[in-house]
Ligand binder design. Structure first.
Ligand code: GTP
Ligand code: PEP
Length: 379
């Protein structure tokens, strides 16, 4: 084993997108080579998006995800990328020239667990990189193929193994020839979604791209998906914050600021996530951080099929289309759906009307707040 091998102490994961549990992890240094943006992504022509701006956005989304999973060194001659990468917490090394392998070698530390990651993975999620690195701790050299199976997105080396890489077209076979073991990374991993062409960019968009790439493409940057057990704490926090943002002045402060509120919501979301088959909990994320929550379940009254129990988006993310995506994720067009909404809450009511709901005449008072029932019947 070389220097700086395993960190044996507990380490708190960085980044809000992944859980904040204390756990034992190996410390990796991930080197990300990035070409000057005005020279890169020559095959990526997207009408309406500047190539250099898009190339920079893709690289920075990759770096932003990677810094949440490992220590990162960025090797680049691009001044804008170096400044922003440093701000994201990466160390920056000037590109020595001589191509991608020379750039990676310039950034790779002499010892410890090292990896090289391509800088063109705009859909990369920190947990996918973390999972691949965890796999790689048990081999001297590891490699992850791109989605096509011919290129490489990640090369790893364990302490005591000299650094080597052979990136470029068809590099997967060369890396295997160098002794790299293909790591067990699912085909669907965002780590495999490198982007050189518009087709690959479209696929990456479907996986959920980072906010910089989305902005460069003029797209909304959120991603909606089914909730998982590890989301529960963040969902509870978003739930309470949304209540505070929406109902301040309407519900008593004692209710909104009750210190036990978050814990009760955690229990509620834990139950919802465990109730597979009946409950449909979903989250909206931006940059791996949960910013919206939704839940539907069987209707509490027999006259409808389904009920929308929760739909909240933090105020800063309203108007991005994420609420509509959350609604679509938890109720289907062919379902007869009811919901209760505070009255007055003109913004929410208008949102539901735009999505086919209408007040059905029922009203009730909850904690001194009037709520009305809205319903959407299938077409
Ligand atoms: N620092 C540095 N990074 C490089 C160099 N060549 C490629 N890269 C980076 O390595 C990754 C994969 O490179 P390519 O897929 O060939 O990307 P590209 O050169 O931007 O795109 P094409 O023009 O389509 O070849 C990207 O993150 C590039 O920015 C280099 O000479 N120096
Ligand atoms: C750099 C590589 O590929 P591409 O140029 O296809 O991104 C590679 O696969 O090593």
């Amino acid at each position: 084993m070389g220097v700086g091998a395993r960190s044996r102490g507990p380490r708190r994961r960085r980044g809000a997108g992944i859980d904040t549990q204390t756990e034992f992890r190996t410390e990796w240094t991930v080197v990300i080579p990035v070409k000057r943006a005005d020279h890169g992504k020559s095959r990526l022509t997207v009408p309406g998006a500047g190539r250099a701006e898009l190339a920079r956005a893709i690289a920075l989304d990759t770096i932003a995800a990677a810094v949440q999973a490992a220590r990162v060194v960025v090797v680049t001659a691009d001044q804008t990328i170096s400044a922003e990468a440093a701000r994201l917490g990466a160390r920056v090394v000037d590109d020595p020239g001589g191509g991608i392998d020379a750039a990676v070698a310039a950034g790779a530390p002499a010892g410890g667990f090292r990896a090289a990651l391509l800088g063109d993975l705009p859909a990369l999620r920190p947990e996918d990189l973390a999972a691949a690195l965890a796999e790689a701790t048990s081999v001297d050299r590891g490699v992850v193929a791109d989605a096509e199976g011919t290129g490489t997105t990640l090369v790893t080396a364990a302490p005591g193994t000299p650094w080597a890489s052979a990136f470029g077209a068809g590099s997967f076979a060369r890396h295997v020839a160098l002794g790299c073991v293909p790591l067990a990374v699912p085909d669907a991993s965002t780590l495999r979604r490198d982007v050189d062409t518009v087709e690959q960019l479209d696929t990456a968009v479907a996986h959920g791209i980072g906010r910089r790439t989305a902005a460069a493409l003029g797209l909304a940057s959120f991603r909606v998906r089914a909730a998982r057990p590890e989301d529960v704490a963040a969902m509870a926090r978003v739930h309470v914050r949304s209540w505070q943002e929406t109902y301040r002045g309407m519900f008593p402060d004692a209710v909104l600021d009750d210190p036990g509120f978050v814990e009760r919501r955690e229990r509620m979301w834990a139950n919802a996530v465990a109730d597979t088959g009946r409950a449909r909990p979903a989250v909206a994320e931006v940059d791996g951080e949960i910013v919206g929550i939704a839940l539907s379940g069987p209707s509490e009254t027999a006259d409808a099929q389904r009920q929308l129990y929760v739909l909240y988006l933090l105020a800063a993310h309203q108007g991005t289309g994420a609420a509509a995506a959350l609604l679509e994720a938890v109720v289907a067009a062919e379902e007869d759906v009811i919901l209760w909404v505070a009255d007055p809450n003109p913004r929410a009511q208008a949102f539901y009307r735009r999505h086919g709901f209408a007040a059905d005449g029922s009203a009730r008072i909850e904690m001194d707040v009037r709520a009305i029932r809205m319903r959407r019947r299938p077409d």
